[in-house]
Write a protein that binds this ligand. Structure first.
Ligand code: ATP
Ligand code: MG
Length: 420
């Protein structure tokens, strides 16, 4: 073991489990790729002010969880705690919204950083795959995103997840509700921190996980009763489209989520096998965010799904993804000359698109065949001195154990036909 360990709250992805992570990322991205979303990649850090404004000054993310630092050059930066603000910043900077075809639909995949108290499902470095549809106010695009996330989870075989749905209103109706909620909260027995939060962002108090707070919240005014007609109609349309698509959801009138910028449609995906870190993903509409970071009015909607917790959800449901073996052919040379000939053959197979690996390190037959087994390869190519003299190689089917001599020049053709 080395003197060093992975930093607190982080972990390494190593084979074979790392293959599951890749497959989960790919499964989440797959429905997006075929629905008009283009891939975007932004830097791992940004101007700290982007997150302060974009995520919200009163959020836990900004006040407690951000890795903020000053560079030698005096720039104030932060490791990205989430994706939306960066993606919108990049889209505005590249003028994607001016190309005349809104919505701009983008997806991303990457690492995010939050200084949190590490526990199962909660890390300081974690992975998300996210999607954003920028620049239109259309309930169908809200529905599309929820449907695509549902499709992604289902394609992985997940069943025990639920979709929680709510509307947070807009700049017309939310302020009225906000005031009513504040009035209600002022009458409760709350600690100083929570009272302060009630003044800055009262909706977030609804999201408080503590039993002592939740108990007092029964009877709190609900946003649903304050929604303006436009928000009501919009929300009913989203609900109707989901129902028509056969996507089940639960109305959760207290769902607010931790970010300040959400408006109208808000949703969260929860998995019931994960204990207290039950949210596997979430998102919503953020009609005001563009203006908050200095852009034009661009009503938008998006989500981010956590890869780490999705992998934990698979474990909780006992799902093992069927990942095809990476290596199709494993080459086993016996002797120096065989090594050169077979190495050239492996290179040829790889160029032809056949996944091939090689027994390195001068292993004997027994150890080399063990390595072939471990690789999961369907076929082994064994080349000994007598084969060399006959210009053939032994092609062994690793499942049946059957072995036959194939002319060295014919190996590629033979493997192509066998592997289909
Ligand atoms: P939570 O309420 O659990 O703190 P959140 O509201 O902070 O979640 P979001 O900002 O909505 O989470 O991020 C979307 C998803 O990213 C979450 O549903 C979760 O799967 C994942 N995620 C967020 N923070 C972490 C973390 N610290 N470690 C692992 N995954 C995380
Ligand atoms: Mg959080």
């Amino acid at each position: 073991m080395s003197t060093f360990k992975a930093p607190k709250g982080t972990y390494d992805l190593i084979p074979p489990e790392s293959a599951t992570f890749l497959a989960v990322r790919e499964a989440i991205a797959a429905p997006l790729r075929t629905s008009g979303y283009g891939y975007i990649e932004t830097p791992g850090f940004e101007n700290v002010e982007l997150f302060a404004r974009g995520v919200g000054e009163s959020t836990d993310i900004v006040t407690k969880e951000m890795y903020a630092f000053e560079t030698k050059g005096g720039d104030k930066l932060a490791l990205r705690p989430e994706g939306t603000a960066s993606v919108l910043r990049a889209a505005l900077e590249a003028n994607l919204h001016k190309a005349g075809n809104l919505p701009v639909k983008l997806w991303y995949s990457g690492s995010y950083y939050r200084y949190e108290r590490p526990q199962k499902g909660r890390y300081r470095h974690f992975s998300q795959v996210g999607a954003e549809a920028i620049g239109v106010e259309d309930p169908a695009v809200d529905a599309e995103l929820i449907i695509l996330a549902d499709q992604a989870y289902r394609s992985l075989g997940l069943r025990n997840f639920r979709i929680l749905l709510n509307s947070l209103g807009d700049r017309e109706c939310r302020p009225v509700y906000r005031a009513a909620l504040q009035d209600f909260l002022r009458g409760l027995d709350l600690d100083e921190d929570t009272l302060r939060r009630a003044e800055i962002n009262p909706l977030r108090v609804l999201d408080d996980k503590r039993e002592s707070v939740q108990k007092q919240l029964t009877g709190a005014p609900l946003l649903r009763d304050y929604l303006c007609d436009a928000c009501k109609t919009y929300h009913e349309e989203v609900r109707g489209l989901l129902t028509t698509a056969g996507v089940a959801f639960e109305d959760d009138l207290k769902l607010v989520r931790g970010l300040d910028y959400y408006t109208r449609t808000t949703f969260e995906f929860v998995h019931d096998g994960l204990g207290s870190q039950s949210a596997v993903g979430g998102g919503g509409r953020y009609d005001g965010l563009s203006e908050m970071i200095g852009g034009p009015a661009l009503p938008s909607v998006g989500w981010a799904l956590g890869v780490d917790r999705t992998v934990l959800a698979l474990e909780a449901e006992g799902i093992e993804l069927e990942l095809p073996a990476v290596t199709s052919v494993f080459a086993v040379p016996l002797g120096e000359e065989a090594r050169r000939v077979l190495f050239a053959k492996v290179t040829e197979l790889r160029k032809a698109g056949i996944a091939a690996d090689f027994a390195y390190g001068g292993k004997g037959l027994k150890a080399a065949m063990k390595a072939a087994n471990r690789s999961g390869a369907r076929y082994a190519l064994v080349l000994g001195e007598r084969d060399l003299a006959d210009d053939v190689v032994q092609l062994k089917d690793m499942d049946s154990g059957e072995q036959s001599a194939v002319a060295i020049a014919e190996v590629l053709t033979e493997l192509r036909s066998r592997l289909g």
